[in-house]
Write a protein that binds this ligand. Structure first.
Ligand code: SAM
Length: 284
């Protein structure tokens, strides 16, 4: 049995199972022991269960299983099921679930698979659906401790951004509202087979006990956030007035004035607490 961090073994498995990597499913497999250790340390400082998204050939799955009480790995590609049955045969604390993580009933899966066990998510995510997967994990208010995910560096920059910069946007607000965010490590393209065209970064998102700010109505707050960042070139007042559902230009101007903001302020310079305060002033 070879090591899943040895590209020669990955190639041998591809041959044995006549498996062709699918770019369309983001199949770039990690083969860097140091990065695997960083992900496991960040996801499981104190043991418990792990939900892995996209196990591929199982390199991260087996690293997690060495530390976790239980690993549940959700894989969309049915061609990988026989490979995983082979590579993970030595472990009795791993369940592989065939499915699309965006379509599964995650609250039910977590309850059925983990019961009361504390659960983290760990994943080397397919880059093309990183944002929808993160938003699905956060919006469903799942009982998770933390989410440790590898993503394209540019997406990590957007999640970590501060107000005012080009990277600051609706994704920043959605993630920082619910999580404390830390960088775990940068990962060069050469750490994958085959190497992707971009550099990657692992982030650790620790779920907050309660959101960063209180708002009168969360759905209204997020609608306002989306409207603010959809019209980045306009002033805050004009952008929100155009959106239609946040009041008249005069009402929006009055609210920004109450907050001590300049009439020409741009929405992308507002911090998350300021966006929440504005939403509350304009709500109902
Ligand atoms: N965990 C492995 C590693 O680190 O080498 C593989 C990571 S690879 C970047 C992404 C994996 O996610 C692939 O195995 C792919 O088939 C799987 N995948 C893609 N879309 C998925 C989805 N919607 N639900 C579940 N798995 C998915």
């Amino acid at each position: 049995m070879g090591s899943l961090t040895d590209p020669r073994y990955i190639r041998a498995l591809c041959e044995k199972y006549d498996f062709r990597l699918k770019k369309s499913l983001g199949q770039n497999f990690l083969h860097d022991n140091a990065v695997l250790e960083e992900i496991v340390d960040a996801a499981l400082p104190e043991g418990g269960g792990v939900l892995e998204i996209g196990p591929g050939f199982g390199v991260l799955t087996e690293a997690l299983a060495g530390r976790a009480e239980k690993v549940v790995a959700v894989e969309i590609d049915d061609r990988l099921l026989p490979v995983l049955a082979d590579t993970l045969a030595a472990f009795d604390n791993i369940s592989v679930v065939h499915g699309d993580v965006l379509k599964l009933d995650l609250p039910r899966l977590l309850a059925e698979q983990f019961g009361d066990m504390p659960v983290s998510v760990a994943a080397n995510l397919p880059y093309y659906i990183t944002t929808p997967i993160l938003l699905a994990l956060l919006e469903k208010n799942l009982p998770l401790r933390r989410i440790v995910v590898m993503m394209q560096k540019e997406v990590a920059d957007r999640i970590l951004a501060a107000p005012g910069g080009k990277d600051y946007g609706a994704l920043t607000v959605a993630v920082q509202y619910r999580c404390e965010v830390e960088r775990v490590c940068r990962v060069p393209a050469a750490s994958f087979f085959p190497p992707p065209k971009v550099d990657s970064e692992v982030l650790c998102l620790t779920l907050r006990q309660s959101p960063l700010v209180e708002t009168k109505d969360e759905a209204y707050f997020f609608a306002l956030v989306r409207a603010v960042f959809a019209q980045r070139r306009k002033t805050l007042v004009n952008g929100l007035a155009n959106a239609g559902r946040f009041g008249t230009k005069e009402q929006i101007s009055a609210a920004t004035e109450r907050m001590g903001l300049a009439p020409t302020v741009r929405g992308e310079t507002l911090s998350i607490p300021q966006l929440a305060a504005l939403a509350d002033l304009l709500y109902g």
